[in-house]
Design a protein around this ligand. Structure first.
Ligand SMILES: OC[C@H]1O[C@H](O[C@H]2O[C@H](CO)[C@@H](O)[C@H](O)[C@H]2O)[C@H](O)[C@@H](O)[C@@H]1O
Length: 698
């Protein structure tokens, strides 16, 4: 197997060179070891269109051999031979005597490098100095935005038509890639293909970068997929064909038309938007009768028809089901249901989170209580509400009948969201749990999706203090924690959509939700806690479902440790400054609370991206020297030029998030997209960050 994966791209407008080589296989067992016995195979999955990479003996056996630490590596490798030949080669093995070495040789001989069917592509209209850069006042922050803008040239891909299977010498082969006809931007790292909901935030950045053709191309790819499959899959691989992701296609079309004025895309997009919404209505929507009002609503949920491990996470799911620590093995029916829950969890985009666990707990025991299908999620229904509203707007007067129908459906979803998901006493939205027939009490960042999507409850509109109360947790995070707003405050599951992780899309959603609050509700400054309290006490009672002492602790760094910092009470607001917070920008006189929170979240996000990038080798000539090797050693970043991480932490601003089933990825599409949007939107209010000194444990 050739050398470790390297992807090097020459920046600029010329065709970038993309050097792809395969990951080094690193089986943990010795090469002579016989593979351990296997559990019976799961049923064949009718949705999976392939012979090699769908649930079956070959996929299970290669996974059991654990040739790579990431199971996605194998399913991203095209075969070097026809499917029949690969299967014939595999069938020569006796599974009771096959060794690690046999599997290694088999994979080496019959499979090629992962991602081989993709190629880097020049962005012909790439403008090194797009106008939005002029919005950023601080020279360092402006240069950083320009650097991140340049990263699009590294993340743009085309399907390499000459590497598609039919073209290989010797005829057919098999690959999981869904070939796309147009250019697209990938998230990065192991995510080598186009992803559905990631593209929404990628597009927010591409629009700032004036890469309108690339946005159009992304939309055309999604439209091709709706035509081919009837829906937009999770990502551009056949192993994602059992599920979608948060449905933001119409939002993307709307933003593209709004920014470019190019309505020509609508002729194709409108009927395909209808098809996508019909797919969600037909496959993911059910009647729910409210236990609070006895009204019945058509509400949507994530629910994937699947009874086998996800091919890209085969071993992970297999071990969740066939966990050696289980004293009573799962029945076939229980296993099938758990596989369906795991796939449904991936469809949420929040894979995985305590939010959907019946009993949140560390690792597999928690995952085995996943109950995704029985939840009416705040996020999905808010997105579908807005999709209907936007589609009606896009029709304008061209089809008033269709527009009115969508507005009526939207009104029904809105009523269901307010009835089922809104808690007017706690001033927060929670998922509705069909199992308990009640609203959950787990507080998550999903609470901000309705307002982002234009659903503002009457209680929020009733007073400034109520409107602030809805966002009071954001204020608390800015004061009490060093990093950005986490996805939940549950930090004991080890899942990547739980604390301490904070995700770029959520920082964007919070800022957009704040922007949606009418200006007459934002004339007051930020409320201040009494001298014996902290900003926790400004959060409406019960909203977080945690006492202050139960919230995740903020480890104190450097000077913080010497400044009377405490876990609760006034000393817990360790980042509080006069009218602002550490890494929250500068207070201005007469600033309303809505603008203060936006400024603070924007600055904290900018700080997280810039400080973690700098901590991993990022530098800007004349403005930000690279850290010395002694410091870069602490982050394993010698010879690195800065990571843009997929996720961050609420506890610090100079490292990535953690946890989950794969190692943290860098690149990264949505991180860059949100950064460029923040630069464009808040550029004058951004202040050069105070990056903490690196310590060995950071
Ligand atoms: O391979 C495991 C899972 O990885 C993906 O999920 C995560 O990355 C995606 C790309 O950035 C992102 O859209 C998602 O929110 C993340 O949780 C993939 O989407 C999953 O389906 C996959 O099983």
């Amino acid at each position: 197997v050739p050398a470790a994966t390297t992807t090097s791209v020459t920046p600029g407008t010329a065709v970038p060179s993309l050097t792809l080589s395969t990951s080094v296989a690193s089986p943990s067992a010795s090469l002579s070891a016989i593979l351990p016995p296997q559990a019976p195979l799961p049923p064949t999955q009718p949705w999976c269109i392939g012979q090699i990479f769908c649930a079956g003996s070959l996929l299970q056996t290669v996974n059991i051999a654990q040739l790579w630490s990431d199971p996605k590596t194998f399913v991203d490798k095209p075969t070097s031979k026809s499917s029949q030949q690969v299967l014939a080669d595999f069938n020569t093995f006796n599974l009771s005597t096959v060794t690690e070495d046999d599997m290694l040789n088999f994979v080496d001989t019959d499979f090629l490098g992962e991602g081989l069917e993709l190629e880097a592509v020049a962005l012909p209209n790439f403008n090194p100095n797009p106008a939005f850069l002029n919005n950023v006042t601080d020279p360092l922050l402006k240069a950083f935005a320009q650097t991140v803008h340049g990263y699009w040239t590294q993340l743009a891909r085309n399907t390499n038509q000459s590497a598609l299977c039919a073209e290989y010498p010797g005829g057919e082969c098999e690959s999981t890639l869904i070939p796309l006809n147009h250019t697209f931007v990938i998230p990065g790292g192991r995510f080598r293909e186009q992803y559905y909901w990631d593209s929404y935030w990628i597009i927010q950045g591409l629009l700032q970068s004036e890469l309108y053709d690339t946005v159009n191309a992304t939309l055309q790819n999604f439209m091709d997929e709706i035509e081919d499959f009837g829906f937009i899959p999770n990502g551009g691989r056949i192993y994602y064909l059992d599920r979608s992701q948060p449905p933001l296609f119409i939002h993307m079309v709307y933003d593209y038309v709004n920014v470019t004025g190019d309505t020509s895309v609508l002729q194709r997009a409108l009927p395909l938007a209808e098809a996508e919404l019909a797919w969600w209505a037909n496959n993911r929507t059910l009647e729910v009768t409210s236990p609070y009002t006895s009204q019945t609503y058509m509400m949507s949920h994530y629910a994937v028809n699947n009874s086998a491990p996800r091919p890209e996470s085969y071993l992970t799911d297999y071990l969740t089901v066939h966990d050696p620590t289980l004293t009573t093995p799962l029945t076939d029916a229980q296993a099938a249901d758990l596989y369906s829950e795991l796939a449904s969890g991936a469809e949420t985009g929040w894979d995985y989170s305590s939010r959907f666990e019946a009993v949140p707990q560390l690792g597999n025991p928690g995952l085995r209580t996943l109950n995704v299908k029985n939840h009416i999620p705040v996020c999905l229904n808010s997105i579908l509400y807005k999709a209907r509203v936007l589609l009606a707007d896009l029709y304008g007067t061209s089809n008033e009948t269709a527009a009115n129908t969508h507005r009526q459906v939207a009104a029904g979803i809105r009523a269901g969201i307010i009835d089922l998901l809104w808690n007017p006493d706690k001033l927060a939205f929670y998922d509705f749990n069909l199992t308990s027939n009640a609203r959950n009490d787990i507080f998550t960042a999903a609470t901000f999706y309705p307002v982002w999507n234009g659903i503002i409850p009457d209680e929020v509109l009733a007073s400034q203090s109520n409107a602030f109360g809805y966002f009071a947790s954001v204020n608390m995070v800015m004061n009490k924690y060093n990093g950005t707003v986490p996805v939940t405050f549950i930090d004991w599951t080890g899942l990547q959509w739980d604390a301490p992780n904070s995700w770029p899309p959520h920082q964007y959603i919070i800022m957009q939700a704040l922007r949606s609050i009418p200006s007459n509700l934002t004339t007051n400054g930020l409320p201040v806690p009494s001298s014996s309290q902290s900003t926790y006490d400004l959060v409406p009672a019960g909203q977080l479902n945690f006492t202050e002492a139960q919230l995740p602790g903020q480890p104190f760094r450097g000077a913080q440790a010497n400044e009377n910092a405490t876990a609760t009470g006034p000393g817990a607001d360790i980042n509080k400054l006069d009218g602002t917070v550490v890494n929250g920008g500068n207070a201005t006189s007469g600033e309303g609370w809505r603008d203060t929170l936006q400024r603070e979240v924007a600055n904290r996000y900018y700080t997280s991206t810039l400080c973690s990038w700098h901590a991993t080798g990022g530098s800007i000539a004349g403005l930000l020297p690279q850290l010395p090797a002694s410091q870069l050693n602490l982050t394993d970043s010698i010879n690195n030029t800065g990571n843009m991480y997929e996720k961050f932490s609420n506890l610090n601003v100079d490292s990535s998030g953690s946890g989950g089933e794969y190692t943290v990825q860098a690149g990264f599409g949505w991180t860059n997209g949100v950064l460029l949007w923040v630069a464009s939107t808040y550029g004058e209010q951004l202040v050069a960050p105070q990056c903490p000194e690196l310590v060995a444990s950071a």
